[in-house]
Design a protein around this ligand. Structure first.
Ligand SMILES: C[S@@+](CC[C@H](N)C(=O)[O-])C[C@H]1O[C@@H](n2cnc3c(N)ncnc32)[C@H](O)[C@@H]1O
Length: 154
């Protein structure tokens, strides 16, 4: 994995929020395997804009924003993240991590409820360069969709 802040998060298994609140469990953090899949998807699809529902500790946001950087995209708040609880329950941990990784300018956070939140673990929606195409990516599914051939969008 290529983002030092994310590596630290995965290896330490704990983190500290903006107000100093200590999180000794990172159960809400995506797994290393899921994060590696998202990284591969980003490089494969090279999307110009991305959307994530559910921020928590910011694992996927770190991968997605670092991949935007890796793809040579200038930071222009192209990763939209929706999570009503980032500044309350999560004590801004995701934002703190992005700031430490100097990736904040890639993110556009909306502190609102998404109806998609009820469909978690649908996790990241990636809009490709083709304007009409919106792909919902369920983490754990292969890049070309589920093995049974059904749509990962549902
Ligand atoms: C499993 S965590 C997200 C993990 C994160 N994407 C990562 O990569 O580590 C689920 C997140 O969904 C958020 N959430 C729950 N209901 C939501 C809703 N209706 N809309 C948006 N976010 C929601 C929670 O606050 C929590 O941060």
């Amino acid at each position: 994995m290529f983002c030092p802040v994310l590596i630290e998060l995965l290896e330490q298994g704990c983190t500290v929020g903006k107000s100093g609140k200590v999180f000794n469990s990172l159960a809400a953090l995506s797994t290393r395997s899921n994060l590696e899949t998202i990284h591969r998807l980003m490089l494969h699809l090279a999307p110009t804009r991305t959307l994530e529902v559910g921020f928590a500790f910011g694992g996927s946001a770190l991968v997605i924003c670092a991949a935007h950087q890796e793809l040579g995209h200038a930071p222009e708040h192209q990763h939209v993240v929706i999570d009503p609880y980032q500044t309350s329950i999560w004590d801004s941990c995701g934002l703190v991590g992005l700031d430490r990784a100097s990736l904040s300018d890639f993110v556009d956070l909306h502190l609102v409820q998404s109806p998609l939140g009820q469909r978690l673990p649908v996790h990241a929606i990636i809009r490709t360069r083709r304007p009409a195409t919106v792909r919902a990516v369920e983490v754990g599914q292969p890049i070309n969709g589920p093995a049974d051939g059904s749509s990962p969008v549902g």
